[in-house]
Design a protein around this ligand. Structure first.
Ligand code: SF4
Length: 411
């Protein structure tokens, strides 16, 4: 059986470039994040940017909230491995300073830079420099007149805010735009992006704002972003988590990989949920495997399964897997048993085999193994386990008999 992933539809959008990174059109959907250092701290910010790039971030945003931040940007931009977007709130002059610093993009919040002449001054300068701007509408900071007009925070109010800003940009002939309409309420955010995608073909930047700490923030952000991506809406994404921004980049990357929207870069770790039949502490082994693979760029699917009875079959599509049996780890490559290792070496062996497969391919990995012997041993451990635990690993029959006896009072 071969598992194939369906190609998702993609709403056609125009393409812009943030530095060298294309956004929109047929460009791959990109991952963004934001530094949490003071932008004036050049070395600290660059360190974070490098960590973000290594975790799969394509475009990074830094705040430009004071003159020292703009000075910092002038030194960060030439040394950054990925394009830099300056985040601007309130002071349009900081947008002009960021452009002077050479940033690859700006983010303006229409809710707090409201004077048309200021907006147009920034857009004209960005136009002359060929720098794109994101119209970053945020449900929490709309122009008060829009809340009033729409009777509170609504999807229509957010979309109207974006459209008003677009009109100012059009007046100065500026069209290098991407747009976001973020809210912390997931259904509201989804509705706003759906509405927005009906009225513009500028590329859209998706996000659930202030999603919060893990794991709730991850769930909220994924619910909103994935819903829209599955409808073909969205050209670039950001997880706004109350966490190390590297977690945001990892989450964004993993979401796109799991939807088949970006090529796999890191290990896709699958693991069984464990059950009464498990021969090892699956949660612990899976966690250790996750840590061991975290910084290795091995685009493979790796499975950790709690027992040899069902493990190899259930994970037969994985490039590599390990299943526990009789205190040993049975390694399999594309469903073929290839080796048996002591339980204490399971994670180490997975990393070694994954590295080999990445460098030499699946066929070579199978060819170097004594598959007949590995299969014999796996079969033996499988039979022993079935004999010891039978089909009823959770011992439900005994419990049922006990419950019936208790209920009938037959003691
Ligand atoms: S039967 Fe085996 S592989 Fe399946 S959940 Fe239980 S321990 Fe994991």
């Amino acid at each position: 059986m071969t598992v194939t992933s369906a190609r998702l539809p993609r709403r056609p959008t125009r393409q812009i470039h943030v530095g060298k990174v294309p956004v929109g059109g047929d460009a791959p959907i990109t991952v963004q994040s934001m530094t949490i250092t003071k932008t004036a701290d050049v070395e600290g910010t660059l360190q974070q940017i490098y960590a973000l790039a290594a975790a799969g971030c394509d475009i990074v945003r830094c705040t430009c909230n004071e003159p020292d931040a703009a000075v910092g940007l002038a030194q960060i931009v030439p040394r950054s491995p990925i394009p830099i977007v300056a985040d601007i709130h309130h002071q349009y002059k900081m947008a002009l300073a960021a452009l002077e610093a050479g940033v690859h993009g700006l983010r303006l919040n229409p809710g707090n830079i409201r004077k048309p002449e200021h907006i147009k001054a920034v857009a004209s300068e960005a136009r002359d420099r060929g720098v794109p701007i994101r119209i970053g509408v945020n449900g929490g900071s709309l122009d008060p007149s829009l809340y009033e007009k729409h009777g509170g925070l609504t999807a229509a109010a957010m979309v109207e805010s974006a459209v008003m800003e677009m009109r100012y940009f059009e007046e100065v002939d500026f069209d290098q735009i991407k747009i976001s309409v973020k809210a912390s309420n997931v259904p509201l955010m989804v509705e706003a992006y759906r509405m927005l995608s009906e009225v513009t073909d500028h590329p859209l930047h998706l996000g659930v704002t202030e999603a919060g700490p893990l794991p709730g923030g991850l769930i909220k952000a994924t619910a909103g972003i994935a819903t829209l991506l599955l409808e073909g809406i969205g050209d670039t994404i950001r997880y706004s988590l109350t966490a190390d921004p590297v977690e945001e980049a990892r989450a964004g990357r993993q979401l796109l990989e799991s939807l088949g929207l970006r090529e796999r870069k890191n290990v896709d770790l699958i693991a069984c949920p464990s059950c009464g039949r498990a021969e090892i502490d699956v949660i612990d082994v899976a966690r250790r495997a996750q840590d061991a693979f975290a910084d290795k760029q091995l685009p493979l699917q790796v499975a950790v399964m709690g027992c040899v009875v069902n493990g190899p079959g259930e994970a037969r599509e994985a490039d590599l897997g390990i299943a526990a049996g009789n205190k040993r780890g049975h390694l399999f490559v594309k469903g073929r048993n290839v080796a048996v290792v002591p339980e204490s070496e399971m994670v180490e062996s997975l990393v070694e085999w994954a590295t080999y497969i990445h460098e030499h391919g699946v066929e070579a990995a199978i060819a170097r193994a004594d598959t007949a012997r590995a299969e014999r041993e796996a079969q033996r451990d499988r039979s022993m386990l079935l004999e010891a635990k039978g089909d009823d690993a959770n011992d439900a029959q005994t419990k049922i008999v006990e419950i019936r006896r208790t209920v009938s009072g037959d003691n």
